[in-house]
Design a binder for this molecule. Structure first.
Ligand code: PAN
Ligand code: ZN
Length: 191
C-alpha cells in the first residue's frame, strides 16, 4: 500500500464507462437464476429472446486491502423480467461494518437496502443524487426508467462482497411495473 502510485482514470459521463478499467463485469440474465420473482419469465426470456445483458460494472486497479478505496461505475440497462425491473444481484459487504457511497450519473432508479435485523429502506436515485449506504445494510439498485441507470460507487478496499446471503433470502421488497408506474411491493418469495 505504501508504494502505490497516484493515478487518474477517465469517466465517460454519458455512458458510465471508466478508462482504463481493471475489470468489466457483465451480468446477464443467465447469471441471475432465482434473483427475479418470476423465475419462469426469466427462463423463458433466456430461451426465446437470448441472454440479455442486465448490467455492467467497471472496476478500477485498486488493491482490495485495508486503507484503499475501491471505486467503479454500474450501468443497469432498462427492461423488465416479468413485471420486475432490471436490477443488480445485491449484496452485503463481507465485512458488515463497511459503508459505501453511491452517486447517480444518468437515468433513474431505486437503491433498496435492508439489514439482517429486518429494517428495510428504499431511496430514489437520479443524476446528481448522492446516496449513503451505512454499515450493515445490504444494497441493490433497480433501473425504473427507460434509459440506462448509471451510478458511481466507492467503498473500503477490505469490505469484500457477500452475495450468498441475498441469493438465499432475496430482498424483502421488489420493484415492479404497474400501470406504467414503478411500485415497491413486498417480495412474496422473501425467506
Ligand atoms: C457496487 C456493486 C455494483 C453491482 O459497485 O457491486 O453496483 O452490484 P452487485 O455487486 O450487487 O452485482 C457495490 O455496491 N460495491 O460494493
Ligand atoms: Zn457494495
Amino acid at each position: 500500500m505504501k508504494n502505490f502510485e497516484p493515478f487518474i482514470t477517465q469517466l465517460n459521463l454519458k455512458t458510465g464507462s471508466i478508462q482504463p478499467a481493471a475489470r468489466i463485469i457483465q451480468r446477464r440474465l443467465s447469471d441471475m437464476c432465482n434473483f427475479y420473482f418470476d423465475e419462469e419469465a426469466r427462463r423463458r426470456i433466456v430461451k426465446e429472446e437470448g441472454d440479455r445483458l442486465i448490467y455492467e460494472v467497471f472496476v478500477t486497479h485498486v488493491p482490495e486491502e485495508e486503507g484503499h478505496v475501491l471505486y467503479g461505475t454500474t450501468i443497469i440497462y432498462p427492461g423488465l423480467v416479468g413485471d420486475e425491473f432490471h436490477m443488480t444481484k445485491g449484496h452485503f459487504h463481507k465485512l458488515r461494518d463497511q459503508a459505501e457511497v453511491y452517486v447517480g450519473i444518468a437515468g433513474s432508479g431505486y437503491l433498496i437496502m435492508q439489514t439482517e435485523g429486518g429494517a428495510v429502506r428504499s431511496l430514489k436515485m437520479e443524476k446528481g443524487t448522492i446516496a449513503y449506504v451505512p454499515p450493515c445494510w445490504a444494497h441493490r439498485t433497480v433501473n425504473t426508467g427507460d434509459q440506462p441507470f448509471v451510478f458511481f460507487a466507492a467503498w473500503p478496499g477490505e469490505a469484500g462482497h457477500d452475495y450468498g446471503t441475498i441469493e438465499e433470502s432475496g430482498f424483502a421488497n421488489i420493484v415492479v411495473s404497474r400501470d406504467n408506474q414503478a411500485l415497491l411491493i413486498d417480495n412474496p418469495n422473501y425467506r
